[in-house]
Design a protein around this ligand. Structure first.
Ligand code: IMP
Ligand code: MG
Length: 181
């Protein structure tokens, strides 16, 4: 774990995150009772959320990974989309839940949903660790949301990075401004 003091404040403690993820796992397990869910984890940001969420799922599940890149500057994305790692599993006829780290403008998830739907899954829902609804540019909503952040903060930790760093923090914090400006 990184001991550098890079956050001006901690928004979500490790304990708070664990509690919320247990609730989400229970909710998903109840909603899909008797079914099997294929989780599609969007790399790299959602690796930690995916691991912790899946430990709380009590129904049958599979997991696969996809990696996309959206172009833009380092703290916000544009509409461009490039597939860097495709799925390995065949998801045709499967009940899919896309697992994201954060929905900000919504461009990334909107393009991903389009892409996933072309593979004819039985259903597609979204689970996101963080939702920043005030920054939305695309009309997308996640069915399962860990935490809503209304303020326009740039946050790091628990998978979320700034320039590929700070993903290892076990909490979520607001990055000190002098680090990215
Ligand atoms: P969107 O396409 O604007 O919804 O952006 C989603 C992607 O932007 C996420 O998967 C993150 O990689 C990145 N992102 C957006 N906001 C933050 C943040 O506050 N901290 C770290 N990454 C972020
Ligand atoms: Mg990122």
């Amino acid at each position: 774990m990184s001991m550098r003091n890079v956050c001006e404040k901690i928004l979500l403690t490790e304990e708070k995150i664990n509690l919320r993820i247990s609730e989400l796992g229970k909710e998903i397990s109840e909603d899909y009772e008797g079914k099997e869910v294929t989780f599609i984890s969007v790399l790299n940001g959602s690796f930690m959320f995916t691991a912790d969420l899946l430990k709380k799922i009590t129904i049958d599940s599979c997991v696969d990974f996809i990696q996309v890149s959206t172009y833009g500057n380092s703290t916000s994305s544009s509409g461009e989309f490039m597939l860097k790692k495709d799925l390995s599993l065949d998801i045709e006829g499967k009940d899919v839940i896309i697992v994201e780290d954060i929905i900000d403008s919504g461009y990334t998830i909107a393009r991903l949903i389009e892409y996933i739907k072309q593979k004819n899954p039985a259903s597609v829902k979204i689970a996101t660790f963080i939702d920043k609804p005030s920054r939305r540019k695309q009309n997308v909503e996640a069915e399962y949301v860990g935490f809503i952040i209304e303020e326009d903060y740039f946050i790091v930790g628990y998978g979320l990075d700034y320039a590929q760093k700070y993903r290892d923090l076990p909490y979520v914090g607001v990055l000190k401004e002098h680090i990215y400006s």
